[in-house]
Write a protein that binds this ligand. Structure first.
Ligand code: GUN
Length: 319
């Protein structure tokens, strides 16, 4: 039997594999081009503020990566690292200042937060037009009502990956495993908007494997490493694995593992995302996209239109 490892570099293009790295690169290049055009038109450089509270090592890696990519796309990055003991009032004060700062077009507060801080209060304190994470009640409400707004980055990235292999998703049964506000719920809204029949499984779902097997499209976002086994996957389904758990290797380093047992799911799937190199790179590319979008809207220009009906992002929809 051939063993397929999501981590191994492949020298030939595998038509089953959804290459998030390549699609994210194309999107980032398109955002960088948009940043240049916006600056030429308005004389303004989009700015993104990222706030990290505490010393969670994984979050530190993510926010540093976000800052690096923001610079690479030609935007300004403002990092705010606050101590673990930060009180809610201090954080709300900082958000208030960032809301009022004209150099800043997007604000992201990295989650999870230390327990003394209420993530709902904190995310709702971000001005809706700067809420590039799309997690506040205004943007979440707009998404559920089908009104244009800022869409959460990870589900938006998943949607673009799905569009790269499905020209039309209308009528397909999409199963989302995981009902978080960060991924599962907004993902379900986006899939509904594509015309899918959507089911959402969560910790209280009686037969999650049976539900998953119904999915022509299966999006898994639980944070439980290896939850989804091969027999959860419908023959020919498109599988999007949002999970990224850091696991130690024999060499003392860590590697990333998904929520799906890749080796088991691959033979049954029609298309599948690897971990790493699938959804992860799309999240940051979509954050950059949302920041440019927020800056354009702030300057009274129309949005770039990532969610336009034809679904192109400088990346074509599947034919
Ligand atoms: N932590 C993990 N993913 C995310 C994300 O997309 N946004 C924020 N704010 N925090 C996260």
């Amino acid at each position: 039997m051939t063993t397929i490892d999501a981590d191994k570099p492949r020298d030939t293009v595998d038509p089953k594999m959804i290459d998030g790295k390549a699609i994210a690169k194309a999107l980032t290049a398109r955002v960088a081009e948009g940043v240049r055009a916006f600056h030429a038109e308005c004389g303004v450089t989009p700015g993104l503020a990222v706030v990290l509270v505490g010393n969670d090592p994984a979050s530190e890696v993510y926010v540093k990566n976000k800052a690096l990519q923001t610079h690479r796309a030609g935007m300004r990055s403002f990092m705010h690292m606050l101590p673990e003991t930060t009180e809610q009032e201090e954080l709300l004060d900082l958000i208030g200042r960032l809301n009022d700062d004209p150099k800043i077009h997007g604000i992201l507060v990295q989650l999870p937060l230390p327990t003394q801080l209420d993530p709902v209060v904190v995310t709702n304190a971000i001005a809706p037009h700067k809420d590039v994470d799309g997690l506040g009640e205004v943007n979440a409400g707009r998404l559920s009502l089908g009104i244009p707004g800022l869409v959460p980055c990870t589900p938006l990235g998943c949607l673009l990956l799905l569009r790269s292999v499905h020209r039309d998703m209308a009528g397909k049964h999409a199963v989302v495993i995981g009902a978080s506000s960060l991924v599962g719920k907004p993902m379900a809204q986006l899939l509904l908007r594509e015309g899918c029949t959507v089911s959402v499984g969560h910790v209280q779902t009686r037969d999650p494997a049976g539900l998953a097997r119904e999915g022509d499209i299966l999006v898994v976002a639980t944070g439980v490493r290896g939850l989804v086994r091969g027999d959860w996957v419908r023959e020919g389904a498109t599988v999007i694995d949002v999970g990224i758990t850091r696991v130690p290797t024999e060499t003392g380093k860590t590697k990333l593992a998904g929520d799906v047992v890749f080796e088991e799911a691959y033979p049954r799937a029609g298309h599948i995302t690897p971990v790493p190199g699938g959804v992860g790179p799309m999240t940051i590319a979509c954050l950059l996209h949302n920041t440019l979008e927020a800056a354009r809207l702030g300057a009274g220009l129309s949005a770039g239109g990532l969610l336009e009906a034809d679904g192109t992002v400088g990346l074509e929809r599947a034919s």
